[in-house]
Design a protein around this ligand. Structure first.
Ligand code: VG1
Ligand code: CO
Length: 550
């Protein structure tokens, strides 16, 4: 075997979005497309600024969610890593590692960083999406500074370095040699399980199942299956069959592994049935998202973050209390009220987990969450689906109460933040960009405007000033905030691969317990009307309503 230097040509559009580079499988399978991105990443990591260390001679973690093209990409990246001076790769068995598991492995093994192969909640299969993302030594998604540097390099790269060695056997545990690099195939679950054991009272959870607690976890044929099975059924004694769709499939069995009440309809119907289990949950393609449900009751992600914050001390890993909390800007302000009551800081960041990293590293926050079914803590630097499921299981075990009664009690204490996200998918890119540009232009005139019983007290385009490194991220979403605290937010998705997706986030606060049981879309209808009036969504998109409302 020998290291080859191969000439290449650049590709347009290799700029990572909200969470890595995501494209259609057909795009990724173009000759040298993946290679160019990986070479650009290695070039940047091997030429750090004066303060930084180089990847050369260090350990890299590698794994993905098992979707179509995962195994092929693993082989390519191994051969390129060997040719670019990596000393050791820790590879998940069969090329499998969930996103939170990559984060856990990087941290526990003090690796230089890791590569996650996933397009996360995007559909998989031959006609689906593929993705690649780099995580740094803290276990978290690369900062915008780094991803921009990689993007710049993709536009300049002229040659690839790759070993011509034969494919490695990636299904059996053990150490192999590839050029001067060691490849260690590791158990995909072990490190992650060790982290969960440190945080949760496994005896308490075991006792729940022993006493007949019932649960249904839908892994949606994605990477969360092996983790949920090993922990819930293996460690905690939940009956076999508690985790369904538990084998990762290359096309997710045709399911769309983006857990929300629309895509996880089978789980919803089980949870709404007369013989529903006590607790239900689902995860996304790479197992960093979670949806939690009680019997006949769906928990919104924003409420989930608020409740976990309020009850964190019931969980051993958080019994000393929380340093602070953070939520993405479009996430509802439900957690803000809890933070205020607890006397802890609450940070508001742009969409995307990468913005939580600095706050977590600096010890400013312990819990983080996003409205998009993402919740997590300082135990890793990614959102973590199974962690959230275990946390909710723990709340039920420690209080002896149902999901529904916990949430209703929360609303009584803190008030309810009615919340919904309306997605308009497959919009023509020009139309979506024009809608956003016109909204931005209209902002000054919107200040103070009256809509029905409300008036606009803030109309802006959200900018984030990172309190730790001083970096500024602009144009993160157009916000209309009203005098009663209600909010209407507009932004374009940064993870889609077809046309543009407009996301409209609606929120209003209801303190009166007598008025907390209105259907969500009814409770938010007036705000949806304002969004339409201000942005002209129907005429610009040609759509009379959202593709998905969650
Ligand atoms: C979406 C969500 C965002 C999340 C991101 C990655 O981004 O809104 O909250 O962090 O997906 O999640 P966007 O730009 O499409 O709105 V995952 O589980 O797909 O890595
Ligand atoms: Co995900």
């Amino acid at each position: 075997m020998a290291i080859q230097t191969i000439p290449t040509q650049t590709f347009a559009g290799q700029r990572p979005g909200t969470s890595g580079l995501r494209k259609k499988v057909t795009v990724f399978r173009q000759r040298h497309y993946l290679e160019n991105f990986v070479q650009s990443l290695f070039d940047v990591l091997n030429a750090p600024d004066a303060a930084g260390e180089a990847l050369h001679g260090k350990t890299l973690v590698l794994g993905g969610d098992g979707r179509y093209h995962n195994r092929e990409a693993v082989q390519t990246i191994l051969k390129m890593a060997a040719a670019n001076g990596v000393q050791r790769v820790l590879l998940g068995q069969g090329g499998i590692l969930s996103t939170p598991a990559v984060s856990a492995v990087i941290r526990r093994h003090h690796a230089f960083g890791g590569i996650v192969l996933s397009a996360s909640h995007n559909p998989g299969g031959v006609d689906g999406d593929f993705g690649i993302k780099y995580n740094a030594s803290n276990g978290g998604p690369a900062t915008e500074t780094l991803t921009e540097a990689v993007y710049a390099r993709t536009q300049a790269v002229t040659q690839l370095r790759i070993s011509d060695a034969a494919d490695l056997a990636i299904d059996a545990l053990g150490v192999q040699q590839l050029e001067h690099m060691q490849v260690e195939v590791i158990d995909s679950v072990a490190d992650y399980l060790a982290v969960m054991r440190e945080l949760f009272d496994f005896d308490l959870l075991r006792g729940m199942f022993a006493r007949g607690f019932t649960m249904r976890v839908d892994a949606m044929n994605a990477v969360g299956g092996p983790y949920a099975k090993a922990i819930l059924e293996g460690e905690l004694g939940a009956p076999a069959g508690t985790v369904v769709n538990a084998t990762p499939l290359e096309d997710f069995g045709g399911l769309h592994p983006d857990p929300n009440p629309v895509n996880a309809e089978d789980l919803i119907s089980h949870m709404m049935a007369a013989d529903a289990p006590d607790f239900g949950a689902a995860m996304d393609g790479d197992a960093d998202r979670n949806m939690v449900l009680g019997r006949n009751f769906v928990v919104t992600p924003s409420d989930s973050l608020a409740l976990l914050t309020a009850h964190a001390k019931l969980i051993p890993g958080y019994k000393a209390g929380l340093l602070g909390v953070a939520r993405s800007m479009p996430t509802s302000a439900a957690v803000d009220r809890v933070a205020q009551a607890l006397g802890i800081a609450c940070f508001e960041t742009p969409t995307g987990w990468k913005f939580f990293g600095n706050l977590l590293d600096a010890g400013r926050v312990t819990l983080c969450g996003e409205e998009s079914y993402g919740t997590g803590s300082s135990h890793v630097r990614e959102k973590d689906g199974l962690w959230a499921i275990l946390a909710w299981l723990s709340l039920q075990g420690a209080t002896g109460r149902s999901v529904e009664s916990l949430v209703r009690e929360h609303w009584q204490t803190y008030g309810r933040n009615y919340y919904s996200r309306h997605d308009y998918e497959g919009v023509a890119v020009e139309a979506a960009n024009a809608l956003m540009a016109d909204l931005r232009g209209a902002l000054p005139g919107l200040m103070g405007q009256v809509f029905g019983s409300r008036s606009v007290t803030l109309a802006d385009d959200f900018s984030y000033h990172d309190p730790i490194d001083g970096s500024v991220s602009r144009a993160q979403g157009v916000r209309l905030i009203f005098n009663d605290g209600a909010r209407v937010i507009f932004r374009l998705s940064g993870t889609g691969t077809e046309g543009a997706t407009l996301r409209v986030y609606l929120e209003r606060y209801e303190p009166d317990p007598m008025l907390q049981d209105v259907p969500v879309q009814t409770a938010l209808a007036e705000l949806a009307g304002i969004a339409e009036q201000v942005a002209g969504i129907a005429s610009r998109t040609g759509m009379n309503g959202p593709s998905v409302a969650t």
